[in-house]
Unconditional design. Structure first.
Lengths: 419, 316, 284
């Protein structure tokens, strides 16, 4: 070809490249992958929960595909090592270097608080499926921090108190881990219990990682309770239940517990005698007679060879929630306000955490909470089955948000005892 | 000798230029990493002063580092005081804690010193964990805002660089001072120093307190970088990491601490792309260093370069 | 009254477990002068190994044997390929064991996960014995018995056999023993294996009522450190008395002074190290 022809072709080819380059850049903003930074403790004290959180989350995407509205969903999983310093470091990396569109995850309250503090400055959406520190959706709420598939600590135990009153229990002793999560969970129960006419006759707080519960268990008879409430997580939960049974207290007093105490991750490692019959309240029950729940449980069991714990269900449902919201904004997550609004306003009809999931005005979901009881399945495995349920439980319990926010946050000193 | 002197100065100039250029060359995240490397390098250096010059290996410096952070955070968040004042109080706190630790630890050495500082560090950790009203227990204290003039990350980086450089200069002068040299004498032969009439326990106590001061400065700098403090900041894991940084770089080399800090922080960042097994890698680093390079990278480097220089000289 | 008796029995069962861990630790610290910071990891892995074998074979006793043997072998490996390669500078050896602990803990996480696992206890040890108004778990009685039996066995070996005499001599004066022509290296290895096996057995025993989980290693190590410091390195009597002290302090401290629970152990340990580092029965 002659030179002029070549130049003209090259010129127009160059123009096309230039234009399409710009176009590509413009399109990339809304057609490039949607990057999600997922933080979870894969090592450290909360490793068990973190692992299941990630597995549940990954299962959702495996079963439903990783593309929405023409954009690929790219998930970057980082270990927060059960430490707030590491969580912050990883959050920084995900936001500043990997330019994620949103952060999801964390388990321990202090890691969640560290990340929340950070995204306050960057405006990055941060969705917490597990972190339950009450105030993050109450007095110190941040507009871009929302509890997606998670719950506020004091919310989950309230229906349990109502159920206890229904059984005719009037006197309760609580035994729990002495830190903010324990205080908040106990507070929610006690507020509902005492509002309904019950009496708090004693509280036994123990430090995290208590090996020997006998000093506390030994004091229980002296309070003469009708029912005992246990608020435990992790190894403490396993040990309390074992020792509760070893010291034959199981036959003497009814025990009700928080959702983590009889979680699948605990009872799957216990003997039936140690766990059967214990009642708890949660937004999730792996033995619930609900098709969406059972579908999830079966899929999880097939993929990971064990029954899903609460963290797995929360991880999965977080995936579902976020995917639905992305669908609603047609993949345009760059418009943060619209995306956050979608997350807040959306309604999830069916999920492993029940029907009709949606958030309140403050960024915390409203749940239909089950009263569960540990039973043994046909195949011998221990699961939580449903014996009762309480619909539409919000983080504010029976109070209006304004009235609730006027009272102090739950703590060792303020346990919600009704005047 | 002149050759190595010139070489060292050259290295210093290159390093200085590099450090000054960081905010202009690198993005926000690497800049944050660089700030961390400087702060933890200073922390490791504070441990090295004791280990390298007085021969006392401490596993309690994390507690001193974190105590400074807690006091600073408490002043800013709970008392609402001026952040500059809070910084000063934080450093003061670290000096007090170090003085107490030092007073208790002076009569021990070797493994017992290690265990004692470990136990003391755990006592401090226990306080931060249980004194909820002051320390916020396991949630720590959040919202520790920098002074207005330092809010911008670039400015804060330069501030940290300036402070760390100043501290390094002070440490350098200290180590080459008569007091510093006497401390070195203790490391080499304690009995000799005693016979010569030196008050060894007093010197060790002073040395410990001084090293605590530098750890405290680092502790204050980190709390303003992260804007929060938690029991993690006083944990044994932190003391262990600081010690490893000092050892990796080379105990007694001072500069080595920054190399150790850079290696560990960068490794931590790179490794997490490929595997969750950071703890195994950190442990391996410890094991390999103890087996093959207990004198650290810098020490090994010096030994190798000495050998190389000898080989290349015609008289060998 | 019975309540207090129960608390005392609990403190005793905890002390018994601690003694088994601490005795191994003090033997190693005494003779080899190594503060083996991986001792807690040996406890944890011993427990996991015991759990695996007990679940697979249904025999609690086989589980014990597996725990003891596997950790003895692990100890052998640790000593032969790692500790002996590090220069005889105490500090370097200690830091090496720190690195080993990190590796072992992480590997245990990979293999057995983060759930709190427990060891299935044989039927005859399940349940409780009635004592008036209270019940006391049969298993905890076993732990107390095991602690006493192991103490008696160790005491016999330590004080009435040639091996024990050699170990005691080595604790007192290593160079002398070497000068007498005894192969000190072999003695070291044997002692390390014995000490490690004790940690493994303790893990098996403890796993059934304290559960096994990431972090259990650090917790038990802390207690072992405190006990050996209080009792004095290389002293069995010291380990026994130290275990009783620490076990009771931990137990009753939890009831009386829950706010100070973290320093009820470290406080006394720190003070002892500052003013009497040799502890009750230790020699320089």
């Amino acid at each position: 070809m002659n030179r002029r022809h070549f130049l003209r072709t090259a010129g127009s080819a160059g123009a096309v490249v230039l234009v399409s380059g710009n176009l590509r850049a413009a399109l990339a903003a809304t057609t490039g992958p949607i990057r999600i930074g997922f933080l979870a403790p894969l090592t450290g004290t909360a490793a068990s929960a973190g692992r299941e959180l990630v597995d549940g989350w990954n299962l959702y995407w495996k079963l439903n595909g990783q593309e929405i509205a023409g954009r690929k969903i790219e998930v970057i999983v980082e270990d927060d090592a059960s430490s707030p310093d590491t969580a912050l470091q990883k959050a920084r990396r995900l936001v500043q270097q990997q330019k994620v569109h949103m952060l999801v995850g964390d388990v321990l309250a202090n890691t969640g608080l560290a990340v929340a503090e950070y995204v306050k400055t960057t405006g990055t959406p941060y969705f917490m499926p597990v972190v339950a520190a009450d105030d993050l959706t109450q007095r110190t709420r941040i507009p871009n921090v929302l509890r997606v598939a998670g719950f506020a600590a004091s919310q989950m135990t309230r229906p349990l108190a109502d159920w206890c009153l229904k059984q005719g229990y009037k006197r309760v002793v609580t035994i729990g881990q002495d830190y903010s999560f324990g205080h908040e969970q106990a507070g929610g129960f006690i507020q509902n219990f005492t509002q309904g006419g019950g009496k708090l006759v004693g509280q036994l707080w123990h430090p995290l990682n208590t090996a020997d519960f006998s000093p506390y268990l030994g004091q229980i008879p002296s309070f003469n309770p009708d029912v005992v409430l246990a608020i435990e997580t992790g190894a403490d939960a396993a040990r309390l239940l074992k020792q509760w049974s070893n010291f034959a207290l199981k036959d003497q007093y009814p025990l009700v517990t928080s959702q983590n105490t009889t979680d699948q991750s605990i009872i799957r490692n216990l003997q039936p005698a140690e766990a059967l019959g214990i009642v708890s309240s949660a937004h999730y029950a792996e033995g619930a007679d609900n098709p969406a729940v059972q579908k999830f449980v079966d899929a999880y069991e097939k993929a990971y060879k064990m029954l899903p714990a609460i963290f797995a269900a929360e991880g999965y449902t977080a995936g579902l929630w976020i995917a639905d919201a992305i669908k609603q904004v047609k993949g345009d997550v760059e418009q943060t306000d619209k995306f956050l609004s979608a997350i807040k306003k959306i309604n999830i009809p069916e999920s492993p955490l029940g029907k009709d999931l949606h958030m309140d005005e403050y960024g915390n979901p409203i749940y239909n909470i089950y009263i569960r009881k540990v039973v043994q399945r046909k195949d011998g495995k221990l699961v939580n089955a449903v014996i009762d349920s309480y619909p539409n439980v919000s983080q504010f319990g029976k109070l209006s948000p304004e009235a609730y926010l006027k009272q102090p946050p739950f703590s060792r000193d303020f346990q919600g005892v009704a005047k | 000798m002149n050759q190595s002197r010139a070489f060292r100065w050259g290295l210093l100039v290159v390093a200085a230029v590099f450090l000054l250029a960081v905010p202009h060359v690198f993005g926000e995240y690497p800049q944050t990493l660089a700030t961390e490397i400087l702060i933890y390098g200073l922390f490791a250096m504070s441990i090295d002063i004791l280990a390298g010059y007085a021969g006392r290996t401490s596993l309690g410096h994390g507690a001193i580092f974190g105590a400074a952070g807690y006091v600073t955070a408490y002043c800013v968040v709970t008392l609402g005081s001026d952040p500059w004042m809070a910084m000063l109080l934080g450093v003061l706190a670290s000096v007090v804690v170090a003085a107490i630790f030092g007073a208790l630890a002076v009569r021990t050495s070797g493994v017992y010193f290690l265990l004692l500082t470990l136990a003391l560090g755990m006592v401090v950790w226990g306080v931060t964990y249980r004194w909820t009203s002051v320390t916020g227990a396991e949630n720590g204290l959040r919202g520790v805002a920098r002074p207005d003039v330092l809010t911008d990350l670039d400015t804060y980086y330069y501030f940290v660089l300036a402070v760390v450089a100043a501290m390094v200069a002070i440490i350098y002068r200290f180590v080459h001072s008569p007091f510093g040299q006497a401390l070195q004498g203790i490391k080499e032969s304690e009995s000799r120093m005693r016979t010569l009439g030196y008050n060894v326990p007093l010197m060790l106590a002073v040395g410990f307190t001084l090293s605590g001061l530098f750890a405290g400065v680092a502790g204050v700098l980190i709390v303003f970088l992260n804007n929060f403090v938690s029991p993690n900041s006083v944990s044994l894991a932190l003391s262990t990491q600081g010690l490893l940084m000092a050892i990796l770089g080379g105990v007694g080399t001072l500069w080595g601490s920054f190399i150790g800090s850079a290696v560990i922080i960068l490794l931590q960042n790179v490794v997490s792309f490929y595997t969750e097994r950071w703890m195994t890698i950190l442990g391996l680093l410890f094991v390999l260093t103890m087996l093959f390079a207990p004198e650290g990278l810098l020490g090994k480097g010096r030994a190798l370069s000495r050998r190389w220089l000898k080989k290349s000289s015609p008289e060998s | 009254m019975i309540g207090t008796f129960i608390q005392i029995a609990n403190a005793l069962s905890f002390s018994a477990l601690l003694f088994i861990v601490a005795s191994g630790f003090t033997l190693i610290f005494g003779l080899l002068r190594v503060v083996n910071l991986a001792h807690g990891s040996l406890y944890l892995i011993g427990g996991y190994m015991g759990m695996v074998v007990t679940t697979a074979t249904g025999s609690f006793l086989l589980g014990f044997a597996a725990a003891a043997l596997s950790i003895a072998v692990l100890g052998y490996g640790l000593d032969r390929w790692l500790l002996s390669r590090v220069s005889d500078v105490e500090l370097n050896q200690v830091l090496l064991t720190l690195g080993v602990a990190m590796i072992l803990n992480d590997l245990a996480l990979v293999v057995w996960g983060g759930d709190a696992r427990s060891i299935p206890v044989p039927d005859m040890l399940r349940g409780a014995v009635r004592m008036g108004v209270f019940f006391y778990p049969k298993y905890r009685m076993l732990v107390i018995v095991a602690g006493v039996v192991i103490f008696a066995a160790l005491w016999f070996v330590y004080n009435r056999t040639k091996l024990g005499a050699l170990i005691r001599a080595g604790v007192d004066d290593r160079e002398m023993v070497q000068a007498m022509g005894i192969n000190i290296r072999r003695l070291f290895v044997l002692t390390f294996m014995l000490g490690s096996a004790l940690a493994g057995v303790a893990g098996m025993l403890g796993g059934a009522f304290l559960t096994l989980y990431p972090g259990a290693d650090a917790e038990i190590l802390v207690y072992a450190l405190a006990i050996v410091i209080i009792g004095g390195r290389g002293s069995l009597a010291g380990a026994a008395i130290g275990s009783l002290l620490v076990g009771f302090l931990a137990n009753f401290g939890q009831i009386w002074l829950p706010e100070l629970s973290y320093f009820i152990i470290f406080g006394p340990m720190a003070l002892l190290l500052a003013f009497r580092p040799l502890g009750l029965f230790g020699r320089a």
